[in-house]
Design a protein around this ligand. Structure first.
Ligand code: SF4
Length: 210
């Protein structure tokens, strides 16, 4: 199975998934989207109202802001993969529960393994918690760290920056540094040799994120 086929298979499974209670409240699951060879994967929290209606990630006001931030970094939305830690909308946009994060994590793990990006950018605290448990976003945002075969950068969620004007300069600055960080990541991964792409052979373990 090539990468496109693997991603399509995961999307198909997500569309009918009933592994956690969030399937009750979804209209459309949101598996995530972007090119199979994306060097950057953005991972947010979960679908909101518009995402649930359209089955696509980041299509509301926060999505428009994300598009602006990408443009500022010289990137198009179609250059990057965008998804969430949970694929179905929590009712009333509440925070996802630990058991929902744990149930859905296997899909994201498979997507990351298939795409094998150079950089994973976490948007908000739930995706940050997957890589940097216990970290404070205000302390670590915009810093690139090596995590296994790739780099991870935690950033504020665009929705947070839309609602809190004080966060706007920070998120703008973090995105402006992205082209430089991508160059650094490319160079570092080239020096350390090719990254092994491996699809999980069995159903991935459900990870507890807390
Ligand atoms: S949130 Fe994830 S685990 Fe829960 S029903 Fe949707 S796809 Fe399945």
């Amino acid at each position: 199975m090539n990468v496109e086929e693997t991603l399509a298979q995961i999307s198909k499974e997500v569309s009918t998934c009933q592994k956690c209670a969030l399937y009750h409240s979804r209209k459309l699951a949101v598996p995530g989207e972007g090119p199979a060879n994306s060097e950057i994967m953005f991972i947010g929290e979960g679908p909101g109202f518009h995402e649930n209606e359209q089955g696509r990630p980041f299509v509301g006001a926060a999505g428009n802001f994300l598009n602006e931030l990408l443009a500022q970094a010289g990137l198009k939305r179609t250059d990057v993969w965008i998804g969430n830690v949970v694929k179905c909308r929590p009712p009333g946009n509440r925070d996802p529960l630990p058991e929902e994060l744990s149930a859905c994590d296997g899909y994201l793990e498979r997507q990351i393994a298939a795409i094998n990006p150079k950089i994973v950018i976490t948007l908000g605290r739930f995706s940050m918690g997957k890589y940097l448990p216990g970290a404070k976003i205000s302390s670590v945002h915009g810093q690139m760290r090596r995590v296994g075969d790739r780099f991870v950068i935690a950033m504020f969620h665009p929705a947070a920056a839309l609602h809190q004007a004080a966060l706007r300069p920070s998120i703008l600055k973090d995105f402006s540094l992205l082209p430089n960080m991508l160059e650094q990541a490319r160079a570092a991964l080239k020096r350390s040799g090719p990254v092994k792409v491996e699809e999980p052979k069995e159903e991935p373990k459900q990870l507890s994120l807390f």
